[in-house]
Design a protein around this ligand. Structure first.
Ligand code: FAD
Length: 278
């Protein structure tokens, strides 16, 4: 199939893009890398009157360390991260995760902002950014607001973006020196979206951890105080203390009724925890 007719604009700067998106008379869609929007247009699952191509906006390609966080523009591609063309504050975690997304051709064009905007729960960067506790700057002609990643994904393919808003930047906090990270995903075929993702940051000296269970057909489950999973405390022996029965109960409480699905997610979580390293 071919897309329905649409107007196309390629603004030169962010204010021009926001002005185009803010025009209430248009049903408009942003396009960045086009890796998700392209198929949706071709299948006529979306039929916008106007497409605003943000791929030329220099403001959305920033990549700089500001204090103890990394600020990445929404048009940074997965390949930019994979190839280390941007700084890293996660000790290689984001690079490794980006390199395992889909195929190189997809990574060359697919952007962080596009992955977040599309809000597919199986997208790697949604679980990864939840793992690190990232925040997003959303900008419209009316101003900006900063949203925690935990509040950004509302449900499958639904995010907190309001009409006329654009994801401008993603703020990734630096991983503490004592923290360890782990990431594991289960895919039916290499290069395909995962059907289970687990992403963990565990800091034994600080006694803290943040666990993310993703690709669950809803917003990822973020466990910010997972003490019960480790027998009540996070310490150096956390890998041995991990209790799969407690993980299963957390997933059941979160509404995953199918025991087979829970089994897959628990084992993916176990592997992410086992693989966690500094
Ligand atoms: C074959 C294939 C396999 C894939 N496998 C994986 C995988 O395993 N893991 C994974 O994580 N991803 C996977 N992807 C997705 C891919 O990695 C892209 O990140 C994703 O398609 C979106 O990026 P994009 O820049 O192409 O967005 P687009 O397709 O341009 O846009 C996607 C959506 O986001 C909106 N949008 C784009 N930019 C912004 C912005 N700055 N602000 C607000 N809204 C915005 C658009 O309006 C649209 O609704 C796969 C894609 C393909 C085609």
């Amino acid at each position: 199939m071919k897309p329905a007719r649409f107007d196309y604009q390629r603004p030169r700067d962010l204010p021009e893009a926001l002005s185009l998106l803010g025009k209430a008379s248009h049903s408009s869609k942003i396009i960045a890398g086009g890796q998700s929007l392209g198929p949706l247009l071709n299948l006529r699952l979306v039929e916008p009157e106007l497409i605003v191509d943000i791929s030329a906006l220099a403001e959305l390609k920033v990549a700089e360390r500001r204090g103890d966080e990394l600020v990445l523009g929404a048009c940074i591609t997965h390949a930019d991260i994979e190839d280390r063309r941007v700084p890293d504050v996660t000790r290689g975690a984001m690079q490794k995760i980006a390199a395992d997304i889909a195929y190189r051709a997809v990574r060359n064009r697919g952007t962080l902002g596009g992955s977040l905007g599309h809000a597919d729960p199986a997208a790697d960067c949604i679980s990864a950014l939840a793992e690190f506790g990232a925040r997003l700057t959303l900008r419209s002609s009316a101003g900006t607001r900063l949203v925690d990643i935990d509040n950004f994904i509302v449900s499958a393919l639904e995010s907190a973006i309001r009409p006329g808003e654009i994801i401008e930047t993603i703020h990734v906090p630096a991983l503490p020196a004592s923290a360890q990270w782990g990431y594991f995903k289960s895919c039916r075929k290499t290069g395909e979206y995962a059907h289970a993702i687990a992403a963990v940051v565990i800091d034994p000296p600080a006694g803290t951890a943040r666990l993310v269970i993703g690709a669950i057909e809803a917003a990822p489950i973020v466990v910010k105080e997972p003490f019960e999973l480790f027998g009540g405390r996070i310490a150096g022996d956390y890998k041995e203390r991990f209790d799969p029965c407690v993980a299963d109960a957390i997933l059941a409480r979160a509404g995953i009724a199918d025991a087979a699905q829970r089994h897959i997610h628990v084992n993916v979580l176990k592997r992410a925890i086992r693989g966690a390293a500094a």
